[in-house]
Design a protein around this ligand. Structure first.
Ligand code: FMN
Length: 468
Protein backbone atom coordinates (compact mmCIF):
# COMPACT_ATOMS: atom_id res chain seq x y z
CA UNK A 1 0.00 0.00 0.00
CA UNK A 2 1.19 3.54 -0.72
CA UNK A 3 1.60 6.25 1.90
CA UNK A 4 -0.90 9.13 1.70
CA UNK A 5 1.24 11.68 -0.25
CA UNK A 6 2.21 9.14 -2.91
CA UNK A 7 -1.36 7.84 -3.18
CA UNK A 8 -2.60 11.37 -3.81
CA UNK A 9 -0.08 11.89 -6.61
CA UNK A 10 -1.11 8.61 -8.25
CA UNK A 11 -4.85 9.34 -7.96
CA UNK A 12 -4.39 12.83 -9.42
CA UNK A 13 -2.40 11.41 -12.28
CA UNK A 14 -4.90 8.61 -13.00
CA UNK A 15 -7.89 10.94 -12.88
CA UNK A 16 -6.31 13.42 -15.25
CA UNK A 17 -5.17 10.79 -17.77
CA UNK A 18 -6.84 9.52 -20.94
CA UNK A 19 -7.49 5.80 -21.51
CA UNK A 20 -4.51 5.64 -23.89
CA UNK A 21 -2.24 7.24 -21.31
CA UNK A 22 -3.44 4.76 -18.68
CA UNK A 23 -2.65 1.83 -21.00
CA UNK A 24 0.82 3.27 -21.58
CA UNK A 25 1.42 3.66 -17.81
CA UNK A 26 0.19 0.11 -17.25
CA UNK A 27 2.71 -1.22 -19.78
CA UNK A 28 5.44 1.03 -18.36
CA UNK A 29 4.97 -0.18 -14.80
CA UNK A 30 4.58 -3.85 -15.87
CA UNK A 31 7.83 -3.48 -17.81
CA UNK A 32 9.54 -2.09 -14.70
CA UNK A 33 8.33 -4.96 -12.55
CA UNK A 34 8.93 -7.71 -15.13
CA UNK A 35 12.35 -6.70 -16.34
CA UNK A 36 13.66 -4.90 -13.30
CA UNK A 37 14.83 -2.17 -15.68
CA UNK A 38 15.68 1.32 -14.63
CA UNK A 39 13.40 4.19 -15.59
CA UNK A 40 15.95 5.51 -18.05
CA UNK A 41 16.10 2.19 -19.83
CA UNK A 42 12.38 2.11 -20.56
CA UNK A 43 11.79 5.84 -20.78
CA UNK A 44 9.74 7.07 -23.74
CA UNK A 45 11.16 5.55 -26.90
CA UNK A 46 13.03 7.53 -29.52
CA UNK A 47 11.17 8.09 -32.73
CA UNK A 48 12.19 5.76 -35.59
CA UNK A 49 13.32 6.75 -39.05
CA UNK A 50 11.05 4.10 -40.65
CA UNK A 51 7.44 5.20 -40.38
CA UNK A 52 5.37 2.23 -41.61
CA UNK A 53 5.61 -1.52 -41.09
CA UNK A 54 3.36 -4.56 -41.38
CA UNK A 55 3.13 -7.11 -38.58
CA UNK A 56 1.39 -10.27 -39.75
CA UNK A 57 0.62 -13.16 -37.42
CA UNK A 58 -0.34 -16.79 -37.91
CA UNK A 59 -1.85 -18.34 -34.82
CA UNK A 60 -3.85 -21.32 -33.64
CA UNK A 61 -4.30 -20.66 -29.94
CA UNK A 62 -3.68 -16.90 -29.84
CA UNK A 63 -0.08 -16.63 -28.59
CA UNK A 64 1.28 -15.18 -31.82
CA UNK A 65 -1.60 -12.73 -31.99
CA UNK A 66 -0.88 -11.58 -28.44
CA UNK A 67 2.82 -11.09 -29.18
CA UNK A 68 2.14 -9.34 -32.51
CA UNK A 69 -0.37 -7.00 -30.87
CA UNK A 70 2.17 -6.02 -28.21
CA UNK A 71 4.71 -5.35 -30.97
CA UNK A 72 2.24 -3.08 -32.78
CA UNK A 73 1.69 -1.07 -29.58
CA UNK A 74 5.46 -0.76 -29.03
CA UNK A 75 6.01 0.28 -32.64
CA UNK A 76 3.43 3.02 -32.23
CA UNK A 77 5.32 4.36 -29.23
CA UNK A 78 8.36 4.66 -31.48
CA UNK A 79 6.35 6.70 -33.98
CA UNK A 80 5.91 3.80 -36.41
CA UNK A 81 2.48 3.05 -37.85
CA UNK A 82 2.17 -0.73 -37.63
CA UNK A 83 -0.45 -2.47 -39.75
CA UNK A 84 -1.41 -5.47 -37.64
CA UNK A 85 -3.00 -8.27 -39.64
CA UNK A 86 -3.83 -11.93 -39.22
CA UNK A 87 -2.36 -14.09 -41.99
CA UNK A 88 -5.81 -15.52 -42.72
CA UNK A 89 -7.01 -11.99 -43.54
CA UNK A 90 -3.83 -10.88 -45.30
CA UNK A 91 -4.23 -9.87 -48.97
CA UNK A 92 -1.63 -12.10 -50.60
CA UNK A 93 -1.21 -9.75 -53.55
CA UNK A 94 0.04 -7.02 -51.21
CA UNK A 95 3.16 -9.04 -50.46
CA UNK A 96 5.11 -7.72 -53.43
CA UNK A 97 4.45 -4.15 -52.27
CA UNK A 98 5.59 -4.66 -48.67
CA UNK A 99 8.67 -2.71 -47.56
CA UNK A 100 8.94 -3.72 -43.89
CA UNK A 101 7.22 -7.00 -43.16
CA UNK A 102 7.42 -8.84 -39.83
CA UNK A 103 5.82 -12.23 -39.32
CA UNK A 104 4.98 -13.88 -36.01
CA UNK A 105 3.97 -17.46 -36.66
CA UNK A 106 3.56 -20.63 -34.61
CA UNK A 107 4.04 -24.23 -35.65
CA UNK A 108 1.23 -26.72 -35.30
CA UNK A 109 0.45 -30.37 -36.03
CA UNK A 110 3.67 -32.02 -37.11
CA UNK A 111 5.70 -29.03 -38.22
CA UNK A 112 2.83 -27.32 -40.05
CA UNK A 113 1.70 -23.70 -40.08
CA UNK A 114 -1.53 -22.79 -38.25
CA UNK A 115 -4.64 -23.47 -40.37
CA UNK A 116 -5.27 -19.75 -40.88
CA UNK A 117 -1.72 -19.21 -42.19
CA UNK A 118 -1.76 -22.11 -44.64
CA UNK A 119 -2.85 -20.03 -47.65
CA UNK A 120 -0.01 -17.54 -47.07
CA UNK A 121 2.49 -20.35 -46.42
CA UNK A 122 1.52 -22.20 -49.61
CA UNK A 123 1.54 -18.99 -51.61
CA UNK A 124 5.12 -18.10 -50.72
CA UNK A 125 6.23 -21.67 -51.38
CA UNK A 126 4.41 -22.27 -54.65
CA UNK A 127 4.53 -19.02 -56.55
CA UNK A 128 7.47 -17.71 -58.49
CA UNK A 129 7.17 -14.02 -57.61
CA UNK A 130 9.72 -11.64 -56.09
CA UNK A 131 9.58 -9.48 -52.98
CA UNK A 132 12.68 -7.51 -53.90
CA UNK A 133 11.80 -4.36 -51.96
CA UNK A 134 10.91 -6.26 -48.80
CA UNK A 135 12.93 -6.03 -45.59
CA UNK A 136 11.69 -8.63 -43.19
CA UNK A 137 12.05 -10.58 -39.95
CA UNK A 138 10.36 -13.68 -38.59
CA UNK A 139 9.55 -14.59 -35.00
CA UNK A 140 8.72 -18.29 -34.72
CA UNK A 141 6.70 -19.64 -31.79
CA UNK A 142 6.94 -23.32 -30.96
CA UNK A 143 7.72 -25.91 -28.35
CA UNK A 144 11.12 -27.62 -28.07
CA UNK A 145 9.38 -30.86 -27.08
CA UNK A 146 8.15 -31.28 -30.66
CA UNK A 147 10.40 -32.96 -33.20
CA UNK A 148 10.01 -30.15 -35.75
CA UNK A 149 10.68 -27.18 -33.51
CA UNK A 150 9.43 -23.87 -35.00
CA UNK A 151 9.44 -25.43 -38.47
CA UNK A 152 6.74 -23.15 -39.95
CA UNK A 153 8.61 -19.99 -38.89
CA UNK A 154 11.86 -21.42 -40.15
CA UNK A 155 10.28 -22.14 -43.55
CA UNK A 156 8.78 -18.66 -43.86
CA UNK A 157 12.14 -17.10 -42.98
CA UNK A 158 14.00 -19.13 -45.62
CA UNK A 159 11.32 -18.68 -48.26
CA UNK A 160 11.02 -14.87 -48.01
CA UNK A 161 14.78 -14.75 -48.47
CA UNK A 162 14.56 -16.99 -51.55
CA UNK A 163 11.93 -14.66 -52.99
CA UNK A 164 14.42 -11.80 -52.77
CA UNK A 165 13.51 -10.28 -49.40
CA UNK A 166 16.25 -8.83 -47.21
CA UNK A 167 16.36 -10.35 -43.72
CA UNK A 168 17.09 -7.39 -41.43
CA UNK A 169 16.89 -9.37 -38.20
CA UNK A 170 17.75 -13.04 -37.82
CA UNK A 171 15.01 -15.57 -37.22
CA UNK A 172 14.20 -15.91 -33.51
CA UNK A 173 12.72 -19.21 -32.34
CA UNK A 174 10.80 -19.18 -29.06
CA UNK A 175 9.84 -22.03 -26.74
CA UNK A 176 6.63 -22.03 -24.66
CA UNK A 177 8.01 -19.31 -22.37
CA UNK A 178 8.23 -16.98 -25.32
CA UNK A 179 7.68 -13.54 -23.76
CA UNK A 180 11.24 -12.56 -23.01
CA UNK A 181 12.79 -13.82 -26.25
CA UNK A 182 10.00 -12.13 -28.19
CA UNK A 183 10.60 -8.79 -26.39
CA UNK A 184 14.34 -8.92 -27.02
CA UNK A 185 13.77 -9.79 -30.69
CA UNK A 186 11.42 -6.85 -31.20
CA UNK A 187 13.85 -4.48 -29.51
CA UNK A 188 16.32 -5.52 -32.19
CA UNK A 189 13.69 -5.00 -34.88
CA UNK A 190 13.14 -1.45 -33.64
CA UNK A 191 16.86 -0.81 -33.51
CA UNK A 192 17.26 -2.14 -36.99
CA UNK A 193 14.39 0.03 -38.28
CA UNK A 194 16.11 3.05 -36.83
CA UNK A 195 19.26 2.15 -38.67
CA UNK A 196 17.50 1.03 -41.86
CA UNK A 197 17.14 4.43 -43.41
CA UNK A 198 20.92 4.78 -43.35
CA UNK A 199 21.13 1.20 -44.69
CA UNK A 200 23.29 -0.72 -42.31
CA UNK A 201 23.96 -4.43 -42.28
CA UNK A 202 21.56 -6.63 -40.37
CA UNK A 203 21.72 -6.35 -36.60
CA UNK A 204 23.15 -9.35 -34.83
CA UNK A 205 20.89 -10.67 -32.12
CA UNK A 206 22.52 -12.24 -29.12
CA UNK A 207 21.52 -15.89 -29.08
CA UNK A 208 18.25 -16.08 -27.16
CA UNK A 209 19.75 -18.30 -24.54
CA UNK A 210 22.29 -15.66 -23.46
CA UNK A 211 19.72 -12.94 -22.89
CA UNK A 212 17.22 -15.15 -21.18
CA UNK A 213 16.43 -15.45 -17.49
CA UNK A 214 16.80 -19.02 -16.34
CA UNK A 215 13.11 -19.81 -16.69
CA UNK A 216 12.60 -22.51 -19.35
CA UNK A 217 9.92 -25.12 -19.48
CA UNK A 218 9.11 -26.56 -16.07
CA UNK A 219 8.92 -30.33 -15.86
CA UNK A 220 7.18 -31.97 -12.89
CA UNK A 221 7.76 -35.40 -11.40
CA UNK A 222 4.17 -36.60 -11.25
CA UNK A 223 2.57 -39.51 -9.40
CA UNK A 224 -0.80 -41.04 -10.27
CA UNK A 225 -3.12 -40.75 -7.24
CA UNK A 226 -6.39 -42.02 -8.72
CA UNK A 227 -7.22 -43.78 -11.97
CA UNK A 228 -10.88 -44.56 -12.69
CA UNK A 229 -12.66 -45.77 -15.83
CA UNK A 230 -15.75 -43.57 -16.02
CA UNK A 231 -17.63 -45.86 -18.41
CA UNK A 232 -20.07 -48.47 -17.20
CA UNK A 233 -19.35 -52.15 -17.27
CA UNK A 234 -20.28 -53.51 -20.72
CA UNK A 235 -19.53 -50.20 -22.48
CA UNK A 236 -17.34 -50.43 -25.59
CA UNK A 237 -15.58 -47.20 -24.55
CA UNK A 238 -12.99 -46.38 -21.94
CA UNK A 239 -12.75 -42.89 -20.52
CA UNK A 240 -10.24 -42.41 -17.74
CA UNK A 241 -10.41 -39.87 -14.94
CA UNK A 242 -6.82 -39.50 -13.74
CA UNK A 243 -5.68 -37.52 -10.69
CA UNK A 244 -2.02 -36.57 -10.45
CA UNK A 245 0.15 -34.97 -7.82
CA UNK A 246 3.78 -33.80 -8.01
CA UNK A 247 6.73 -33.40 -5.68
CA UNK A 248 6.28 -29.60 -5.76
CA UNK A 249 3.30 -27.24 -6.19
CA UNK A 250 1.86 -27.45 -9.71
CA UNK A 251 1.38 -24.01 -11.25
CA UNK A 252 -1.58 -23.88 -13.61
CA UNK A 253 -4.87 -22.11 -14.29
CA UNK A 254 -8.22 -23.44 -15.46
CA UNK A 255 -8.04 -23.61 -19.26
CA UNK A 256 -4.44 -24.95 -19.31
CA UNK A 257 -3.46 -28.40 -20.53
CA UNK A 258 -1.21 -31.11 -19.13
CA UNK A 259 1.46 -32.24 -21.60
CA UNK A 260 3.24 -35.56 -21.39
CA UNK A 261 5.43 -37.71 -23.55
CA UNK A 262 4.16 -41.29 -23.73
CA UNK A 263 6.42 -44.33 -23.81
CA UNK A 264 6.33 -46.68 -26.77
CA UNK A 265 4.53 -49.98 -26.28
CA UNK A 266 6.93 -52.48 -24.66
CA UNK A 267 5.82 -55.43 -26.85
CA UNK A 268 6.49 -53.44 -30.05
CA UNK A 269 9.92 -52.28 -28.83
CA UNK A 270 10.79 -55.90 -27.99
CA UNK A 271 9.75 -57.05 -31.45
CA UNK A 272 11.83 -54.36 -33.18
CA UNK A 273 14.87 -55.32 -31.09
CA UNK A 274 14.40 -59.00 -31.96
CA UNK A 275 13.96 -58.32 -35.68
CA UNK A 276 17.01 -56.07 -36.01
CA UNK A 277 19.35 -57.80 -33.57
CA UNK A 278 20.45 -54.41 -32.17
CA UNK A 279 22.46 -54.41 -28.93
CA UNK A 280 20.02 -52.98 -26.37
CA UNK A 281 22.82 -51.80 -24.05
CA UNK A 282 24.64 -49.76 -26.69
CA UNK A 283 24.91 -46.06 -25.63
CA UNK A 284 23.54 -43.66 -28.24
CA UNK A 285 23.01 -39.93 -28.62
CA UNK A 286 20.17 -38.54 -30.75
CA UNK A 287 19.26 -34.88 -31.35
CA UNK A 288 17.37 -34.61 -28.07
CA UNK A 289 18.37 -37.53 -25.87
CA UNK A 290 21.14 -39.78 -24.70
CA UNK A 291 20.89 -43.33 -23.34
CA UNK A 292 20.97 -47.00 -24.19
CA UNK A 293 19.22 -48.24 -27.32
CA UNK A 294 16.51 -49.80 -25.19
CA UNK A 295 15.89 -46.63 -23.17
CA UNK A 296 15.76 -44.44 -26.27
CA UNK A 297 13.47 -46.85 -28.12
CA UNK A 298 11.14 -46.96 -25.13
CA UNK A 299 11.07 -43.35 -23.97
CA UNK A 300 12.40 -40.98 -26.62
CA UNK A 301 12.27 -42.08 -30.23
CA UNK A 302 9.03 -41.96 -32.18
CA UNK A 303 8.31 -45.32 -33.79
CA UNK A 304 4.63 -44.73 -34.65
CA UNK A 305 3.28 -43.36 -37.91
CA UNK A 306 6.64 -41.96 -39.08
CA UNK A 307 6.59 -38.81 -41.20
CA UNK A 308 7.09 -39.53 -44.92
CA UNK A 309 10.33 -37.49 -44.74
CA UNK A 310 11.59 -39.94 -42.08
CA UNK A 311 10.51 -42.91 -44.21
CA UNK A 312 12.53 -41.38 -47.04
CA UNK A 313 15.64 -41.35 -44.82
CA UNK A 314 14.99 -44.99 -43.88
CA UNK A 315 14.86 -45.83 -47.60
CA UNK A 316 18.13 -43.98 -48.23
CA UNK A 317 19.92 -45.78 -45.36
CA UNK A 318 18.64 -49.27 -46.18
CA UNK A 319 18.67 -48.90 -49.99
CA UNK A 320 15.07 -50.15 -50.37
CA UNK A 321 12.58 -48.55 -52.76
CA UNK A 322 9.82 -47.55 -50.33
CA UNK A 323 6.67 -45.58 -51.22
CA UNK A 324 6.72 -42.10 -49.68
CA UNK A 325 3.86 -42.66 -47.29
CA UNK A 326 3.73 -42.98 -43.51
CA UNK A 327 4.59 -46.26 -41.78
CA UNK A 328 5.16 -47.50 -38.25
CA UNK A 329 8.81 -48.49 -37.69
CA UNK A 330 7.78 -52.09 -37.01
CA UNK A 331 6.12 -52.29 -40.47
CA UNK A 332 9.28 -50.94 -42.09
CA UNK A 333 11.64 -53.38 -40.40
CA UNK A 334 9.32 -56.25 -41.33
CA UNK A 335 8.72 -55.26 -44.96
CA UNK A 336 12.06 -53.60 -45.71
CA UNK A 337 14.59 -55.19 -43.33
CA UNK A 338 17.86 -53.55 -42.32
CA UNK A 339 21.10 -55.23 -43.48
CA UNK A 340 22.46 -55.62 -39.95
CA UNK A 341 22.37 -54.14 -36.44
CA UNK A 342 24.87 -51.41 -37.35
CA UNK A 343 22.58 -50.19 -40.14
CA UNK A 344 19.69 -50.12 -37.68
CA UNK A 345 21.71 -47.89 -35.35
CA UNK A 346 22.06 -45.49 -38.27
CA UNK A 347 18.27 -45.62 -38.71
CA UNK A 348 17.76 -44.91 -34.99
CA UNK A 349 19.87 -41.76 -35.25
CA UNK A 350 17.68 -40.50 -38.10
CA UNK A 351 14.37 -40.88 -36.24
CA UNK A 352 12.58 -37.97 -34.56
CA UNK A 353 11.60 -37.70 -30.86
CA UNK A 354 8.16 -38.67 -29.55
CA UNK A 355 5.92 -35.58 -29.63
CA UNK A 356 4.14 -34.50 -26.44
CA UNK A 357 0.38 -35.05 -26.14
CA UNK A 358 -1.80 -32.39 -24.54
CA UNK A 359 -4.86 -33.04 -22.35
CA UNK A 360 -7.17 -30.31 -21.08
CA UNK A 361 -6.97 -30.07 -17.31
CA UNK A 362 -10.26 -30.92 -15.58
CA UNK A 363 -9.35 -29.73 -12.06
CA UNK A 364 -9.02 -26.32 -10.44
CA UNK A 365 -5.97 -25.20 -8.44
CA UNK A 366 -8.29 -23.67 -5.84
CA UNK A 367 -10.64 -26.63 -5.53
CA UNK A 368 -8.09 -29.45 -5.88
CA UNK A 369 -5.04 -28.15 -4.10
CA UNK A 370 -1.77 -29.84 -5.10
CA UNK A 371 -3.47 -31.95 -7.79
CA UNK A 372 -4.10 -31.86 -11.47
CA UNK A 373 -6.83 -33.99 -13.11
CA UNK A 374 -7.30 -35.06 -16.72
CA UNK A 375 -10.03 -36.87 -18.62
CA UNK A 376 -8.75 -39.20 -21.33
CA UNK A 377 -10.73 -41.23 -23.80
CA UNK A 378 -9.03 -44.36 -25.18
CA UNK A 379 -8.52 -43.54 -28.84
CA UNK A 380 -9.44 -46.38 -31.23
CA UNK A 381 -8.98 -46.15 -34.98
CA UNK A 382 -8.72 -48.40 -38.02
CA UNK A 383 -5.63 -48.87 -40.18
CA UNK A 384 -6.26 -51.16 -43.16
CA UNK A 385 -9.36 -52.44 -41.37
CA UNK A 386 -7.33 -53.39 -38.31
CA UNK A 387 -8.19 -51.74 -34.98
CA UNK A 388 -5.35 -49.74 -33.38
CA UNK A 389 -5.17 -47.80 -30.13
CA UNK A 390 -3.78 -44.30 -29.72
CA UNK A 391 -0.24 -44.37 -28.29
CA UNK A 392 -0.77 -41.89 -25.45
CA UNK A 393 -4.33 -42.78 -24.44
CA UNK A 394 -3.33 -46.45 -24.23
CA UNK A 395 -0.20 -45.44 -22.28
CA UNK A 396 -2.25 -43.42 -19.77
CA UNK A 397 -4.87 -46.17 -19.57
CA UNK A 398 -2.14 -48.58 -18.48
CA UNK A 399 -0.58 -46.39 -15.76
CA UNK A 400 -1.47 -47.85 -12.35
CA UNK A 401 -1.89 -45.76 -9.20
CA UNK A 402 1.48 -44.65 -7.70
CA UNK A 403 3.27 -44.72 -11.09
CA UNK A 404 5.68 -41.83 -11.60
CA UNK A 405 5.83 -39.92 -14.86
CA UNK A 406 7.04 -36.57 -16.15
CA UNK A 407 4.74 -33.81 -17.39
CA UNK A 408 4.63 -30.07 -17.99
CA UNK A 409 1.87 -27.50 -18.12
CA UNK A 410 0.91 -26.10 -21.51
CA UNK A 411 -0.45 -22.60 -20.89
CA UNK A 412 -3.53 -21.60 -22.83
CA UNK A 413 -3.68 -17.87 -22.24
CA UNK A 414 -6.63 -17.49 -24.58
CA UNK A 415 -8.94 -19.93 -22.83
CA UNK A 416 -9.75 -18.41 -19.48
CA UNK A 417 -12.75 -17.77 -17.26
CA UNK A 418 -14.28 -14.30 -17.63
CA UNK A 419 -14.70 -11.97 -14.62
CA UNK A 420 -16.34 -13.72 -11.63
CA UNK A 421 -19.66 -11.88 -12.05
CA UNK A 422 -20.11 -12.73 -15.75
CA UNK A 423 -22.56 -15.47 -16.78
CA UNK A 424 -21.12 -18.29 -18.87
CA UNK A 425 -22.50 -20.91 -21.24
CA UNK A 426 -20.26 -23.94 -21.69
CA UNK A 427 -20.62 -26.65 -24.32
CA UNK A 428 -18.45 -29.70 -23.83
CA UNK A 429 -19.29 -32.92 -25.66
CA UNK A 430 -17.47 -36.12 -24.64
CA UNK A 431 -14.09 -35.44 -23.05
CA UNK A 432 -14.58 -31.82 -24.11
CA UNK A 433 -16.22 -31.56 -20.69
CA UNK A 434 -12.77 -31.63 -19.04
CA UNK A 435 -11.95 -27.90 -19.02
CA UNK A 436 -15.58 -27.10 -18.18
CA UNK A 437 -15.26 -29.20 -15.02
CA UNK A 438 -12.19 -27.14 -14.19
CA UNK A 439 -14.04 -23.85 -14.78
CA UNK A 440 -17.02 -24.93 -12.65
CA UNK A 441 -14.83 -26.14 -9.79
CA UNK A 442 -12.83 -22.90 -9.87
CA UNK A 443 -15.98 -20.75 -9.82
CA UNK A 444 -17.36 -22.79 -6.96
CA UNK A 445 -14.14 -22.65 -4.92
CA UNK A 446 -13.68 -18.90 -5.42
CA UNK A 447 -17.34 -18.00 -4.79
CA UNK A 448 -17.77 -16.42 -8.23
CA UNK A 449 -21.35 -15.14 -8.50
CA UNK A 450 -21.86 -15.35 -12.29
CA UNK A 451 -24.37 -17.97 -13.48
CA UNK A 452 -23.13 -21.09 -15.27
CA UNK A 453 -24.78 -23.34 -17.84
CA UNK A 454 -23.07 -26.51 -19.00
CA UNK A 455 -24.31 -28.44 -22.03
CA UNK A 456 -22.93 -31.94 -22.10
CA UNK A 457 -23.82 -34.68 -24.54
CA UNK A 458 -22.25 -38.03 -25.14
CA UNK A 459 -20.47 -38.51 -28.41
CA UNK A 460 -22.42 -41.05 -30.50
CA UNK A 461 -21.11 -44.62 -30.07
CA UNK A 462 -18.19 -45.42 -32.36
CA UNK A 463 -17.55 -41.76 -33.21
CA UNK A 464 -13.94 -41.96 -32.21
CA UNK A 465 -13.49 -45.14 -34.25
CA UNK A 466 -11.96 -43.33 -37.17
CA UNK A 467 -9.89 -44.58 -40.08
CA UNK A 468 -6.31 -43.49 -40.66
C1 FMN B 1 -1.41 -29.86 -31.36
C2 FMN B 1 -0.16 -29.03 -31.30
C3 FMN B 1 0.89 -29.31 -32.14
C4 FMN B 1 2.09 -28.56 -32.07
N1 FMN B 1 3.12 -28.87 -32.92
C5 FMN B 1 4.28 -28.19 -32.82
C6 FMN B 1 5.40 -28.52 -33.66
O1 FMN B 1 5.35 -29.40 -34.52
N2 FMN B 1 6.54 -27.78 -33.51
C7 FMN B 1 6.66 -26.78 -32.58
O2 FMN B 1 7.73 -26.19 -32.49
N3 FMN B 1 5.62 -26.45 -31.78
C8 FMN B 1 4.44 -27.12 -31.86
N4 FMN B 1 3.39 -26.80 -31.03
C9 FMN B 1 3.55 -25.73 -30.03
C10 FMN B 1 2.98 -24.37 -30.47
O3 FMN B 1 3.65 -23.87 -31.61
C11 FMN B 1 3.16 -23.39 -29.31
O4 FMN B 1 2.30 -23.78 -28.27
C12 FMN B 1 2.87 -21.93 -29.70
O5 FMN B 1 3.15 -21.07 -28.61
C13 FMN B 1 1.44 -21.74 -30.13
O6 FMN B 1 1.29 -20.44 -30.62
P1 FMN B 1 -0.12 -19.93 -31.19
O7 FMN B 1 -1.04 -19.83 -29.99
O8 FMN B 1 0.16 -18.61 -31.79
O9 FMN B 1 -0.62 -20.91 -32.20
C14 FMN B 1 2.21 -27.52 -31.12
C15 FMN B 1 1.11 -27.24 -30.26
C16 FMN B 1 -0.05 -27.97 -30.34
C17 FMN B 1 -1.20 -27.65 -29.42
Amino acid sequence: MLAEPKLKIILDLVQSSSKEELIWMNGYISGLIRNGKSQEEIAPAPSSTVKKITIAYGTETGNSKKVATEFAVKAKKHGIAAKLVSLDQYKINDLVKEEYFFTVISTQGEGEPPVGAKKFYDHIHNNGFKVSQMKYGVLALGDTSYPLYCKAGEDVDVQLNKLGGERIVPLQKCDVDFEQDADVWFEHVLKSLNESAVVTPAVKIQPAVETKKATGKKYYNGTILTHVNLNDRGSNKQTYHVEVTADEPIEYEPGDALALIPFNKASVVKEIIALTGVDTTLELETTKAKGTVEELLTKNINICYLLSSVVKKYAAITGHAIPEVRFDLIELVKKYPVKDAAQFVEVLKSLTPIAPRLYSISSSPNAHSGEVHITVSLNRFLVNNEERLGLCSEFIGGLPVNTNFTFYIHKNRNFRLPAPGKDIIMIGPGTGIAPMRSFLAERDATGANGRNWLFFFKRPAGENLCTA
